[in-house]
Design a protein around this ligand. Structure first.
Ligand code: NAD
Ligand code: DAU
Length: 339
């Protein structure tokens, strides 16, 4: 099987590339990635030298690039990770989110119509469901929860999901969608909560917590997400949506304090800063469907996963110092001001 993985130089896409090379050495993998600030070839080191792996630098929203790749390579299946993924950046500048996340997905879908594939899998997010109240811990997102987005990022991901489902209904394209909760683990770009807090704490810098730190996220170790997508590709039903999450809900403050404890650093590094605009309160996934249909369960609990992740950042300083480019430093200075 020839698998096209888009966005494979980013956090989850690269973990999925490594996962697939390990689990399916017989598969041929093509990786299409524009190498934005979030994509890095260092993250694919190891894969780049494999005979069954090929990297192509290109933009999923560029129709000519995508169609000529499909014409020459004829992939059997596509997994679309490519996206602008950071909520705060979408609040600052929505435009690129609309182009990549919506138009880019549309271009890939059109290419799959012209050059038929066995499966187009869209990697989506629990953020398309909006948020849940903090005081209703009995409520969870199911696949039937209505789409109700909050940020330009989540709105763009929801629009892409609707396009994917429309191409299934209208053109009978063999699609599937997964909506996952917050991931963490190796190669996570240090603009997101967990890696940012780890690298700041290691450098004894302030840890900027939005609002009161009471918002809740449902954390999943990235390897468990990769395993779930692999199972959906193998046996998930066409036209279906699968929620992915491991019941690891934590407040942001609890996450930050756990990281500080792991690193032996003082809680005095915590700095409360202005809240995110439109900040979603709580995400919590009900993963019953993927468990019952495909036998997926997460293997890594939060306590084990966070220890592994902290150790990974301690052991891979070169990687995260390398990806924190000039562009990232300018973003940090603008977004977090003086801290
Ligand atoms: P990321 O920002 O780390 O990586 C995105 C990758 O896409 C980068 O390699 C980037 O270069 C590439 N890319 C961006 N624009 C592109 C374009 N126009 N053409 C080709 N490549 C482009 O993102 P991530 O955290 O790895 O997320 C991957 C996917 O998973 C996204 O679709 C995201 O919405 C979804 N998701 C993420 C999480 C999470 O917790 N990070 C959870 C659920 C779903
Ligand atoms: O739920 C899945 C989503 O998880 C994915 O679709 C997104 O691509 C991914 O970025 C992530 O979105 P979040 O907005 O939940 O993740 P982030 O790491 O940006 O923030 C997690 C929580 O931490 C959120 O409540 C905001 C808060 N936060 C974040 C940063 C960067 C802070 O308190 N301080 C910070 O500096």
């Amino acid at each position: 099987m020839k698998l096209l993985i888009t966005g494979g130089a980013g956090f989850i896409g690269a973990n999925f590339v490594h996962h697939t090379l390990r689990k399916h050495p017989d598969r041929e993998i093509l990786c299409l990635d524009a190498l934005t600030y979030a994509g890095n070839l260092e993250t694919l080191k190891g894969a780049l030298t494999a005979d069954n792996f090929k990297f192509i630098k290109g933009d999923i929203a560029d129709r000519e690039t995508v169609f000529s790749l499909f014409e020459s390579e004829r992939p059997d299946a596509v997994v679309n990770f490519a996206a602008e993924s950071h909520v705060d950046r979408s609040i600052d500048n929505p435009d690129i989110f609309l182009r990549t996340n919506i138009l880019g997905t549309g271009v890939l879908l059109d290419a799959c119509r012209k050059y038929p594939v066995r499966r187009f899998h869209q990697v989506s997010t629990d953020e398309v469901y909006g948020d849940l109240p903090l005081d209703r811990t009995d409520l969870f997102f199911t696949e039937e929860t209505p789409i109700h987005t909050s940020s330009p990022y989540s709105a763009s991901k929801a629009a892409a999901d609707l396009l994917v489902l429309a191409y299934h209904r209208t053109y009978k394209l063999p699609v599937s969608i997964s909506r996952c909760s917050n991931n963490y683990g190796p190669y996570h770009f240090p603009e997101k909560l967990i890696p940012l807090m780890i690298v700041n704490a290691m450098a004894d810098k302030s840890l900027p917590v939005y609002g009161k730190g009471e918002n809740v996220r449902d954390w999943l170790y990235v390897e468990d997400h990769c395993e779930a997508i692999d199972l959906i590709l193998g046996g998930g039903r066409e036209g279906e949506v699968y929620n992915i999450g491991g019941h690891n809900e934590r407040t942001n403050l609890a996450v930050v304090k756990t990281i500080l404890r792991e690193l032996g650093k003082s809680e005095s590094l915590i700095t409360y800063v202005a809240d995110r605009l439109g900040h979603d309160l709580r995400y919590a996934i009900d993963p019953k469907k993927i468990g019952e249909e495909l036998g997926w369960t997460p293997r890594t609990g939060f306590d084990e996963g966070i220890k592994k992740t902290v150790r990974w950042y301690e052991d891979n300083r070169d990687w995260w110092e390398g990806v924190m480019s000039g562009e990232y430093r300018a973003y940090y200075a603008k977004h977090y001001g003086g801290i």
